[in-house]
Write a protein that binds this ligand. Structure first.
Ligand code: SAM
Length: 227
């Protein structure tokens, strides 16, 4: 190589990681994720470990990605919008239905006292538990089960987040919310655009807010051991 040949600038891995994080946070803000606690949690929890195989290079893109068992890790901006809509408080006990990769539960773990997360695929539950152990996220409990029935042993919950689409907010989950508690759930047919709704339990019943259109895999019944 001649001395005058153009040289590629050596890449500083720390600088590119910082740039990637800035881009990631910028795209969250530009899609309406503005709550400071949510942004701090999403800055702290790296999406990389939750995305496996050859999709790992897309971990910081604002897009859903395939995970095991034919499921998906949600789009980061949707994770952010759902998290901020849930208005989690530091003393809260939270139930998440639909562990998937575990990414959403990891973010909730930064905001709440304790997080219970359930998936109907045992393999997803155990892969997520492995990541939580590696990241030392000790306030998350992962369970295998049909989350449409909630977790009666641990009820009532301050917050419930459902990350699969139901035709209506499941009755057992509404029953397991505290008075003043909040549930965020995508509602609608699984093959159409659904509405993300927020349900607040009051002394007299439930208040409903429609938040934004979303697209989620369906909330299915039973445990799937076929993997
Ligand atoms: N929250 C996940 C994350 O951070 O990666 C993404 C969830 S993925 C879009 C939906 C998940 O809901 C799938 O893993 C699916 O197995 C799970 N699921 C669907 N129906 C369920 C049910 N009745 N009980 C528990 N999990 C269910």
């Amino acid at each position: 190589m001649s001395e005058n040949a153009p040289q590629e600038a050596p890449q500083d891995p720390e600088e590119s990681a910082a740039e990637r994080k800035m881009q990631f946070l910028f795209s969250l803000r530009s899609r309406g994720v503005t709550d400071a606690r949510t942004l701090t949690a999403m800055e702290k929890i790296d999406r990389g470990p939750f995305v496996r195989g050859h999709f790992a290079t897309h971990a910081y893109d604002d897009t859903p990605l395939p995970i095991s068992c034919g499921q998906t890790i949600s789009q980061p901006s949707v994770v952010g919008l759902m998290t901020q809509a849930l208005k989690v408080q530091p003393r809260d006990k939270v139930l998440e239905v639909g562990t998937g990769s575990g990414y959403q539960a990891a973010i909730l773990s930064q905001l709440a006292r304790r997080v219970y997360t359930m998936d109907r695929h045992p393999r997803l539950a155990s892969e997520a538990a492995e990541i939580f152990r590696a990241l030392d996220l000790t306030n998350i409990t992962v369970l295998t089960g049909d989350g449409s029935f909630g977790l009666p042993d641990q009820a009532p919950f301050d917050r419930i987040l459902v990350t699969a689409a139901a035709e209506d907010p499941p009755g057992p989950l509404l029953a397991q919310l505290k008075i003043g508690g909040i549930m965020v759930v995508p509602v609608g047919q699984s093959d159409t655009v659904q509405s993300l709704i927020r349900v607040t339990k009051t002394e007299n019943g439930f208040d409903y807010d429609e938040l934004t259109p979303v697209r989620f895999v369906p909330l299915l019944g039973g445990v799937d051991r076929d993997e």
